[in-house]
Ligand binder design. Structure first.
Ligand SMILES: *Cc1c(COP(=O)(O)O)cnc(C)c1O
Length: 453
């Protein structure tokens, strides 16, 4: 099993060839889900004797892969797609083959140095100080939780370890991602909800209102204010400057969730939209969303990494050796210990292509989103709900019931045409396109628009 023989040599060729073929498919088949029964009927695959690598690979190719959507299909526009560069995908193979450990400097200094250079590039885009730093975690959900854990640590620490600082709270808006509520649940914290404007944007005044209305005891429980830089549902950037100012005036940790939208920091023409992001105590952006890295990857960055380290460092006799030197241990900056250096595919791709190519690719997707909005504006059967701010386009099909939206969406997926799912906007069922794939063209959008007629 661990030695290389003729059989594994042949398997090596088969796996590498499959990987290359899949990478070069343009486009790959969209594919569609199968039922648990269909998939169970195709198996079982695990037995005492094993089925052999060639057969297992065949099973993946014939049964499992077609039952798993190609998230990089140019008409996969649901949720937030993933459109990794070839360089990033190739390097993901290298990371896997190299058996790298990314948790400590002692074990992974080379990998960690490259990840940190990548994190500093992102921190610089957000205008965070040179001393900012963090770690790549699995996704925005993990990033938000880890950041908010650090916020709560500071809140408790500021109280000098007073025992009445037990149940904390955060201020967020309903435009925040669902993972913020989940993090609050994990932290056993309350959420005080702030109002948003008609576009779903959170302003500083709304945060101030919430804080003003709270009884002093509750006000003292607030350990973080969360703003979103690119809401998942509509791609709206909160008033980061206003929200950040209010958080700052009250000495409350300011967390900015840019899991989806943070990539747009690359565009100088959108700089004004993000004014105030540099006030963040913590900031996240998911390279697996709009920075063209494969799953799974979230860049989590702290203004003052020392707080994160105090929050997250695990203490155990068998780990002491890692902390003897004062080096950068990625494990110490989030809720995890063992970790893959999952920032390396992004590092390799950015190092290969340069940051200008990233800026251009993000710009391309925003242009397509704006052109898509024009097509929708001019289509008599459709109505644009909101001018796109980033690359999410929300619109309605005139006269359709929720059931009609769902039936259309299912039909498009079954036909292998497109993956677009309905969402709701102010309680109404509408459609949402999220364009982060530079290979998604206006023709793709036109095909979808026609199918809605
Ligand atoms: C996607 C998203 C998240 C969650 O990220 P995962 O990588 O799916 O865990 C958090 N916040 C926002 C704004 C998002 O768009």
């Amino acid at each position: 099993m661990h030695t290389h023989d003729a059989e594994t040599a042949a398997l090596t060729d088969a796996v590498i060839n499959y990987s290359i073929d899949r990478m070069l498919m343009d486009p790959p088949p969209l594919d569609h889900p199968r039922t648990p029964e269909e998939l169970a009927d195709a198996g079982p695959t695990i037995s005492a004797g094993g089925m052999g690598g060639q057969r297992a690979l065949r099973f993946f190719m014939d049964v499992l892969a077609p039952a798993s959507l190609s998230v990089d299909h140019p008409r996969y526009l649901a949720f937030v797609p993933c459109a990794p560069t070839e360089a990033a995908v190739l390097f993901d193979l290298v990371v896997g083959a190299s058996c790298l450990y990314g948790g400590s400097w002692l074990e992974g200094s080379g990998a960690v140095a490259a990840e940190n250079e990548t994190l500093h590039w992102i921190a610089g885009l957000a205008g965070l100080p040179e001393s900012a730093g963090g770690v790549f975690v699995s996704g925005g959900t993990a990033g938000n939780l880890s950041a908010l854990m650090a916020a709560r640590w500071r809140w408790r620490h500021q109280a000098g370890g007073r025992f009445d600082r037990t149940r904390g709270a955060l201020v967020a808006s309903h435009s925040a991602h669902s993972s913020i509520s989940q993090a609050a649940g994990a932290l056993d914290a309350d959420v005080f909800w702030a109002d948003v404007d008609a576009a779903g944007r959170l302003h500083g005044s709304a945060v101030q209102e919430v804080l003003d209305m709270l009884p002093p005891d509750d006000r003292e429980r607030v350990f973080a204010v969360v703003a979103t830089a690119g809401s998942t549902n509509a791609g709206i950037v909160d008033d980061l400057e206003g929200v950040g100012r209010v958080a700052d005036a009250h000495g409350i940790w300011f967390h900015v969730d840019g899991a989806y939208g943070g990539a747009a920091l690359l565009l100088p023409e959108l700089k004004d939209l993000f004014t105030g992001v540099e006030r963040a105590d913590s900031f996240i952006v998911d390279p697996h969303k709009w920075l063209f890295a494969p799953f799974d990857s979230c860049a989590l960055i702290y203004r003052d990494p020392r707080i994160a380290r105090a929050t997250h460092t695990q203490q155990a006799s068998y780990l002491d050796v890692l902390h003897e030197q004062n080096e950068w241990n990625p494990s110490d900056y989030a809720y995890h210990l063992t970790r893959r250096p999952r920032g390396l595919p992004l590092w390799f791709s950015v190092a290969t292509h340069g940051t200008d190519a990233y800026r251009d690719a993000v710009r391309t997707t925003i242009e397509v989103a704006h052109e898509a909005a024009s097509l929708i504006r001019n289509a008599p059967h459709l109505q644009l709900v909101l001018d796109p701010e980033l690359s999410v386009v929300v619109f309605r099909r005139r006269g359709w019931s929720p059931a009609e939206y769902r039936a259309w969406s299912q039909h498009e997926l079954d036909a292998g045409e497109a993956f677009v799912v309905p969402t709701t906007w102010h309680g109404e069922t509408v459609l949402r396109l999220c364009i982060v794939n530079p290979l998604t063209t206006l023709d793709d959008i036109a095909v979808i628009i026609d199918s809605l007629a």
